[in-house]
Design a protein around this ligand. Structure first.
Ligand SMILES: [Zn+2]
Length: 331
């Protein structure tokens, strides 16, 4: 399969996973019914029973082949029992400092996948009026939170809204925080976003930093598997994306979380990876009652800190920030 961003034919296999191996990473085999449902569902994603991850030799974009993003059935089956949502504090703060430099209070803003409105709250009245803020999310709970803020909230795919409700609107700012890596068909998608940007409009996009993901995968932490994340981005791949659209890369920045914060997240990911193994101690801890789970989970995470101490020190490298932040500008 050619590179989905730049079309380069010279791509090489990065690694490959059977549908069963992928299923193991999302649902524990002890939930037999859900496990089998997910395995069967992933069979429709990977007709040969295998998903390959490939990397482009030109723009270094890494992508799942077949390049097919998770759908609502996948997310329902895969994430039913997870209660961990990372905070996006750094990227929101960085976005706000960028907006402050723009010195405008009349922006027309679209946020895709706005969640419960954590970012919308920060820009409301300061940079945009509530009637000029538009947001989408797939969760109905999120939509009711967004509507409480008085903004325009839609429980629909943005691709359906552009030809209808948002037809004649041009935005000054479109935000996608940690969303692009979940999507297929990205070039066409970003082209359609770009066509709804006003001249000099900006797109703020954040994705996981590819070096940080590489670090996790090669240091005992969670794997970054499709069809949740179907792509891995770096600055080169964004430059290639810009060449396919009417955008230019204005800013790129790697997040600079504290060493302590990176260590905590890394060790949590190591714990979750271990908990995927049937019969492992973390796997058993996850079945304890709440108080015991709280205590033993923290003790085990401290233990992981000791046995992975060498990996922990690698996190001092500033290139291992968790997030890549880019601003794409319409010329
Ligand atoms: Zn490429």
């Amino acid at each position: 399969m050619d590179c989905p961003i730049c079309g380069e034919k010279n791509t090489k296999e990065f690694d490959r996973y059977s549908a069963e191996r992928i299923t193991n990473c999302y649902v524990n085999k002890r939930f037999k019914e859900r496990y089998n449902q997910l395995l069967e569902h992933l069979g429709t994603f990977y007709p040969n029973g295998v998903c390959t991850r490939r990397q482009c030799s030109s723009c270094s974009f890494l992508y799942a082949s077949p390049f097919k993003a998770g759908d609502s059935i996948f997310y329902k089956l895969a994430y039913e029992d997870r209660d961990f949502y990372p905070q996006e504090k750094w990227e929101y703060d960085f976005a706000l400092s960028f907006l402050e430099k723009q010195n405008r209070t009349d922006l027309k803003v679209l946020e895709i996948g706005a969640g419960n409105g954590a970012f919308v709250r920060k820009i409301l009245t300061r940079f945009a009026k509530k009637e000029d803020i538009f947001a989408t999310d797939f969760s109905l709970g999120a939509i009711s939170k967004l509507k409480e803020l008085g903004i325009n909230a839609y429980n629909e795919d943005i691709r359906n809204l552009f030809p209808t409700s948002l037809k004649d609107i041009k935005f000054n700012l479109i935000c996608l925080f940690q969303s692009l890596e979940h999507m297929d068909g990205v070039v066409d998608f970003v082209k359609s976003l770009s066509s709804h940007l006003a001249s000099n409009g900006r797109m703020i996009i954040t994705v996981p930093n590819d070096k940080h993901i590489d670090f996790n995968e090669s240091n005992h932490a969670l794997m970054d598997l499709p069809p949740n994340h179907v792509s891995r981005w770096n600055v080169q791949s964004f430059i290639a994306l810009c060449k396919q659209t009417e955008l230019e890369l204005e800013i790129s920045e790697i997040s600079n979380e504290s060493f302590l914060s990176k260590t905590k997240l890394y060790l949590l990911y190591c714990y979750l990876k271990k908990a995927e193994e049937f019969g492992s101690f973390p796997h058993q801890i996850e079945q304890y009652k709440k108080v015991f789970r709280f205590i033993f989970k923290r003790l085990y995470i401290a233990f992981l800190g000791l046995i992975h101490i060498k990996s922990v020190f690698k996190l001092l490298n500033p290139e291992l920030g968790e997030t890549l932040f880019v601003v794409l500008k319409k010329s």
